[in-house]
Write a protein that binds this ligand. Structure first.
Ligand code: ASP
Length: 409
């Protein structure tokens, strides 16, 4: 029996192949319907199980992580290196996108009128930068039960941080609560390891559905843009992030791939950094031997705030839309794209197509039509795969790098 890590890789390849075959069956074929039904059911069970442990896991790992960091007086270094790492890697991702899009000019030669039918009647939810900030900060502090119930990860993170700091401030007095949380965290990771037994099947099902439901004719119209996004995102994931890891910690790309592939493939198949979080924590702690203090802090925060793939995509997509409309964005305007895409990716929750919602903000910031999102939506499920995989890889690399700079290893 191959290791679970290898099983997942085999399942991913099989899923793509079966999905492709299923997609080639005629629309009315009952076999096609049955395969799609079965894979839809299995996929939703797998993702549902991951989501089931997500919020308790985020809460306990942040609370325990912060409490232990505070106790070791490492908290400032961890904060600082996390922040520097998140900003730097997201910035590099967007620079790659902007440079590549300026060189290749995706969408030049096409006209936005070609897509008029798609945009007709489409109303993009408007989101200006001030509205975004208002929404972001209003959501940061919430009744924890509401945050738990609504899967509002950022608010759960904030509440858990307060608990973590209070646990240390109270010292001996709250020793039992800390111990309880530690045991609870341990127990949740045990449940995650059970869920991961289902991962090969879940990933197989997710990918069958994803590939079978792609509309190839639609993809070809914007093929150049898709290739550009894939190529630049992969460059970031295969060259830049492993390069940063190697330069800062001396760890090889192969070591990273072996340790992180379960999470990267799960992210690829689910398109959700949040749903992948239980797997990322497991990979970082068990395979890459990142201490709970760092993994438990950097990964949940990164799952919502550090999205290199999303930032890269939003920057590239803004330039693509500008080319469609026939507007040449000046350097200053590209600077605006850079900063809004950074904020947009930070604020996007780790769920499928979240980047599409915050994308509107980037388009509006430089006066591009928000309705152009209608052109991007149909291809988003496909692009979201690689972008989420790189988002998750960035978080995992971050946990190793932060551990290195926070003194321990
Ligand atoms: N699906 C992405 C994620 O979960 C977010 C996005 O849409 O870019 O990381």
């Amino acid at each position: 029996m191959p290791s679970s890590n290898l099983q997942i890789l085999i399942a991913a390849c099989l899923g793509i192949a079966i999905g492709w075959l299923t997609g080639a069956l005629p629309e009315q074929s009952s076999l096609r319907e049955e395969v799609l039904y079965a894979s839809g059911l299995l996929a939703s069970i797998f993702v549902g199980l991951l989501k089931m442990v997500l919020i308790p896991l985020v809460f306990t790992s942040i609370a325990v992580g912060v409490a232990n960091l505070q106790a070791h007086k490492q908290v400032h270094r961890v904060w600082l290196s996390t922040l520097v790492y998140f900003t730097l890697t997201t910035g590099i991702a967007m620079l790659i996108a902007l440079i590549a899009a300026n060189l290749v000019k995706p969408g030049a030669g096409l006209s936005i009128e070609l897509f008029a039918a798609k945009m007709e009647g489409f109303e993009a939810a408007q989101l200006t930068l001030p509205e975004f900030f208002q929404h972001f900060f209003a959501n940061l502090f919430q009744n924890p039960f509401a945050a738990f119930a609504n899967n509002n990860i950022l608010a759960v993170v904030v509440f858990a941080m307060f608990i973590g700091v209070a646990l240390v401030a109270g010292g001996e007095r709250y020793r039992n609560i800390l111990q309880l949380l530690q045991e609870f965290l341990d127990m949740l990771l045990r449940i995650v390891s059970w869920i991961m037994r289902l991962a090969p099947l879940g990933i197989l099902a997710l990918l069958i559905k994803l590939v079978a439901e792609q509309d190839i004719s639609l993809l070809s119209a914007v093929g150049g843009f898709i290739v550009l996004v894939f190529a630049t995102t992969l460059f970031h994931g295969i060259v830049v992030l492993p390069g940063i890891l190697f330069l800062t910690t001396g760890r090889s790309p192969l070591w990273l791939w072996r340790g992180a592939r379960e999470a990267v493939i799960t992210a690829f198949a689910t398109s959700s950094s949040a749903a992948t979080l239980p797997v990322s924590i497991r990979c970082a702690e068990e395979n890459l031997k990142v201490d709970k203090r760092f993994a438990g802090f950097v990964l949940p925060l990164g799952a919502t705030m550090n999205m290199d793939g999303t930032a890269l995509y939003e920057a590239a997509a803004a330039l693509f839309v500008a080319n469609l409309v026939g507007i040449e964005l000046s350097l200053a305007q590209q600077g605006v794209v850079f900063f809004t895409a950074m904020i947009a990716s930070t604020g996007a929750p780790g769920i499928p197509s979240a980047g599409m919602v915050t994308m509107v903000m980037v388009l509006q910031a430089v006066g591009l039509p928000a309705e152009a999102v209608a052109i991007l939506l149909p291809i988003d499920r496909l692009l979201d795969t690689v972008r989420t995989a790189v988002n998750v890889e960035g978080d995992i690399v971050g946990s190793v790098v932060v551990q290195r700079f926070s003194g321990d290893h």
